[in-house]
Each structure stands twice: as structure tokens, then as C-alpha cells.
Design a binder for this molecule. Structure first.
Ligand code: GLU
Length: 336
């Protein structure tokens, strides 16, 4: 596995056996959208790359709706998302699975980490965590300095009576004998390396409101669903070392990772959900057919040589990671 294991906590007991390396698993990609709003062009592009990559290797796709967070508990938005993917012709082979149906799995993974003494309750408030002086990790979350790491049992009991704690996972301490880093090779962005202790800190596996953290749920689900290839927006590149560390602790296989460049407007702005004209409702109305939209997007992003209307299936022969890699610093999209 792509992890420098020196001085990193050993995996917890009862780890499931992984596939022997000599038997390559069939490629399985996934869509893992959060139904927090309508899909926008960036989501479409990530899903398209995920689909094209899997299909170009004869692989399959799993659809998982990531609806743990309250703002994602919107069945009508999940239904819309599923309809949008079907309209685009990005067919999936398994699912949809819903994370809200899978809480037992997250609970048992968390229990294994807890039983191995790798977690602790954290009472820090949002304001304390986001104090102006707090340095931030690459994904914008504050680096946790371990304020609650060494609380006595009495202190934990006293504070628990006042407010419910979150749960954090201990990351290995850096010492001068070993640089404890997680290393992996991203298919788009190349070799990556993060020292969890200094660049991330102990991270949340469960929030104080009881919601399982994204990092834990995604790791449990990707393994349970046999995902071998994670293709997603590069805003999640910084989460990957945490996920690989959790896989290591839980004895789960590490999939391949490929992060997709964010789409930019010609004035250098990142396209986002705020660009209403790029949400899929507007785009469906404007382009009329999935072929017109996908062909245009493929032409804009360099996947296809021109903007000829094409189905997702017809784009498979054009797809190559070299193109995505060549544009990794900047993919500019000019709205028609
Ligand atoms: N659910 C996340 C999102 O929609 C993606 C998670 C992932 O791909 O790992 O941003």
C-alpha cells in the first residue's frame, strides 16, 4: 500500500483480508454525489471522467448518495440528481445506495477504532477550532493541535455532562526518527505526500451532533462497494491522505485516486454552484439533448477534438488521462 508505515499505528484487529495482489480486481468506479443542490457543470465533468475512465477499462460504476449531513437529507434533490445522471446517459451498474441506510457499518468501523484506543472525545467548540491564529490544512479545515488529546477520565466525564463531544482519530506523532507521511500517486496530480501530524492533526470521525464524518463513511463505503478507482473533484485531494490512513487502520484496500481539475471561467474564477446558468436545469434547457451538452463539454475540456454532439458512449474512445493531466492547472470553460 502507498503508505510509509514506519511508526504509524498498526491496523486494528479483525481486519478483513484483502485481495491477493496477483489477482487484479475488476475496475469499479463510483459516483458519490451529495444532494445539497442541483448538479452543476463541474459535477457533470467529474462524473463524466469517472464514467469514461471506468468504461474505457471495461469497468463498472456504483452510485452512492452521500446524504449523512442534514442539509443533504433532501429526497427530492437526490431524485433529481439520479434523473440528471440518467438523462446524461451516465449509467451505473449498482445502486443507488444511500448513506443514511448504512449507519451500522460506520458505527462498527468506529467501534473498531475506539476499541483499539485510537480515538478520543473532543469538546472543542467551532469558535475555538477556527481561532484566527489556527493554521489550516490544505482543504481549509483548521489543523487540530490536540487540545483534548490528553484529557483525564474525570475531565471527560465532567465535560460530557455539559455537551456531547465529537470523536477524533489520533494520527501518529512526528518524531525525529521517522517522518510519518502518507504517500500516494494521484493519476492527475502525481506523487502526493502529507505528514498527518503537522499538516492535518487528529481528525474527526464523528461530529458532536452524532453525524459520522465524511472521511470515515467514504472509506467504509468505497471498500464495501468494491471501488477500485476514485475519480472526484480536486477540492477533495487534501482529504485523500486521511482516507488512506483510515484504510490502513481498518485493513481496507486503497483504491487508485484521480482528482479532476476544477473548471474555471475565462476571467480566472472557479465555476461554482453560484453560476446559476451552469446548473443542470439550465444546461438541459439550453442544450436540449445530452449529446449536445456532453459534446460541448468534451470539446471545451479537451477530451474530444471538437464540440460535435456525442453520447457518453461515443466519448469513451476519446478519453485519456493524459488530456486531463495536461490541463490539470487550468480548464477554462467558455459558456456559449
Ligand atoms: N459527496 C462528495 C461531494 O459531492 C464527494 C465525495 C467523494 O467523491 O469522495 O462533493
Amino acid at each position: 500500500m502507498d503508505i510509509n508505515a514506519r511508526n504509524i499505528a498498526t491496523p486494528v484487529a479483525d481486519a478483513p483480508t484483502t485481495q491477493p495482489v496477483s489477482v487484479p480486481a475488476p475496475v469499479a468506479g463510483r459516483f458519490a454525489p451529495s444532494p445539497s443542490g442541483r448538479m452543476h457543470l463541474g459535477n457533470v465533468f467529474s462524473c463524466l471522467c469517472s464514467w469514461l475512465s471506468a468504461r474505457s477499462q471495461g469497468g463498472s460504476i456504483v452510485l452512492r448518495i452521500e446524504d449523512l449531513d442534514d442539509r443533504c437529507k433532501r429526497p427530492e434533490l437526490a431524485a433529481q440528481l439520479i434523473d440528471d445522471l440518467a438523462w446524461l446517459g451516465l449509467e451505473w451498474d449498482e445502486g443507488p445506495y444511500y448513506q443514511h441506510d448504512r449507519l451500522d457499518l460506520y458505527e462498527s468501523a468506529l467501534r473498531r477504532l475506539q476499541d483499539a484506543g485510537l480515538t478520543y472525545p473532543c469538546f472543542c467548540t467551532r469558535a475555538e477550532l477556527h481561532a484566527a491564529s489556527a493554521p489550516h490544512a490544505s482543504d481549509g479545515t483548521p489543523i487540530y493541535r490536540g487540545a483534548c488529546r490528553g484529557l483525564s477520565a474525570e475531565e471527560v466525564a465532567r465535560r460530557s455532562a455539559l455537551r456531547a463531544p465529537a470523536t477524533r482519530l489520533r494520527v501518529p506523532a512526528v518524531d525525529d526518527l521517522a517522518d510519518d507521511v502518507v504517500e500516494f500517486v494521484d493519476r492527475t496530480y502525481g506523487a502526493q505526500c502529507e505528514a498527518l501530524a503537522t499538516e492535518c492533526g487528529d481528525f474527526l470521525v464523528r461530529r458532536s451532533d452524532g453525524v459520522f464524518a465524511y472521511q470515515l463513511a467514504v472509506v467504509v463505503d468505497d471498500a464495501a462497494m468494491g471501488v477500485t478507482e476514485v475519480v472526484r473533484g480536486c477540492d477533495l485531494l487534501g482529504s485523500t491522505p486521511r482516507q488512506i490512513y483510515l484504510q490502513h487502520l481498518l485493513g481496507l484496500p486503497t483504491p487508485h485516486y484521480a482528482h479532476i481539475p476544477l473548471l474555471m471561467s475565462p476571467d480566472g474564477r472557479r465555476l461554482s454552484k453560484r453560476d446559476r446558468d451552469l446548473d443542470l436545469g439550465e444546461l438541459r434547457a439550453r442544450f436540449g439533448t445530452p449529446e449536445a451538452l456532453l459534446g460541448w463539454l468534451a470539446g471545451q475540456t479537451g477530451i474530444a477534438p471538437d464540440a460535435t454532439p456525442r453520447t457518453a458512449e461515443q466519448l469513451v474512445e476519446h478519453f485519456s488521462w493524459d488530456v486531463i493531466r495536461a490541463h490539470r492547472e487550468n480548464i477554462t470553460v467558455t459558456a456559449e
